[in-house]
Design a protein around this ligand. Sequence first.
Ligand SMILES: Cc1cc2nc3c(=O)[nH]c(=O)nc-3n(C[C@H](O)[C@H](O)[C@H](O)COP(=O)(O)OP(=O)(O)OC[C@H]3O[C@@H](n4cnc5c(N)ncnc54)[C@H](O)[C@@H]3O)c2cc1C
Length: 432
Amino acid sequence: MGATHDVDTSSSIDVLIAGGGIAGVEALLGLREVAGPRVRITLLAAGRDFVYRPMAVAEPFSAGVARHVPLADIAADAGAELLIDTLVAVRDDTRQVRLGGGGTRGFDALLVATGARAVAGVEGAVTWWPEGDPDSYGGLLRDIDEGYSKRLAIVVPPGAVWPLPAYELAILTAGEADALGHDDVQVTVVTPEHAPLSLFGPEASAAVAEELERAGVHLVTGAVARRAEGGLVLEPSGERLDVQRVFAVPRLIGPAIEGLAADEEGFILTGEDGRVEGAQRTWAAGDGIDAPLKFGGLATQQARVAVAAIARLAGVDDPPDPGEPVVEGRLLVGGHHGRRLRPGGGAKSAPLWWPEGKVAGEYLPRWLAEHGFAPPPTATPAAPDEGIPIRRHVRAMAGAEAQYLFELRRRYRINDPAIASLGRAMRAMESR
Ligand SMILES: Cc1cc2nc3c(=O)[nH]c(=O)nc-3n(C[C@H](O)[C@H](O)[C@H](O)COP(=O)(O)OP(=O)(O)OC[C@H]3O[C@@H](n4cnc5c(N)ncnc54)[C@H](O)[C@@H]3O)c2cc1C
């Protein structure tokens, strides 16, 4: 539990945090620490668990798991009420939300941190995402083992995406094929980016490209892939790619909460202080807002921006300044010549991103470490000099590449009927 301050709690304000993900939990823990008894907090969450995804890519390879942490434990620790329901609509003027269960709830300050929704971005491909069908990738690995699948593509769709898992899946799959004794399996990654992870900067791109080459993964950049007879057709070149199986990482769309300003894909529009455009008492943070990159380490920073504003509203004079948004981590590349996936997992088969199982943040990583769910923030990777450190200001993501990716997002609109119907099918599958 955070700091207690000597304040009159009868004047405390009601804060509603919607979303029990990375941004929501960072905000919950941060607000309690920063504002103490000046806030009464309710965490409104769609599910009972906080799901920690960074290691989810490794699941089909038995090399790691997405962790589940009961939100009840986190809420109890932060002295917050936990309400299991969904946010459907917001009335900022009357300070009320409408819930999926039919009820309403009032607030003095609201933080919307309901994340993005994953939808299929490539028609005819199997979309891999952590909450999807766990057997979709397992089936492919069995096919490789039995010699049925020799050529496969992993596609990054245009639009808002979290691209890193595509590269990780490709490298892990190539390693698995190799380990199974199938050296004739060709894995190709197709991405609209002009270089892998282009928004992370040239060093990261070069390092990932080198790692793909080392793993024998073929890379096609600057291309949007569509499923066609016998494989894929690549736009704008019109070139065809002959593949038997196509996997894609999902495209992300915004939460489209009724009553909140949003762009055409439902991403919530916010100002620099995280406040929703046109609103007085509603803030938003995380993958669900209109930001150039969707990333857990950014979601926590955006959550702390909102925490500072809400704490000020609650009467805290000088809340901690969360600083500029920065993407931080380490790409586990280089020196991995022996990198090979061993059935049952192993240190060398870890995904590309370090800290594995950790997301940069202030309050959430500390809580997870203190409760044994993640390595302590000071822990060093197995080989401290391994890989390259990434530290990139979000400001630096506004160049020509960001503009090109943004334009692609508009050109390949999510309201393309094919994409929308796939989205519905995925949501139906998800709720089953
Ligand atoms: C495979 C994979 C690996 C990743 N690895 C990393 C990594 O290593 N490092 C990193 O920094 N980032 C990583 N990311 C990205 C990171 O997971 C996201 O950027 C981050 O989770 C965004 O946080 P969020 O709180 O906005 O959304 P989420 O974490 O998605 O949380 C949103 C929450 O809101 C809930 N919710 C949704 N709708 C409603 C509603 N209407 N009402 C109430 N609750 C609702 C959801 O159930 C969920 O709990 C990875 C992503 C994927 C897919």
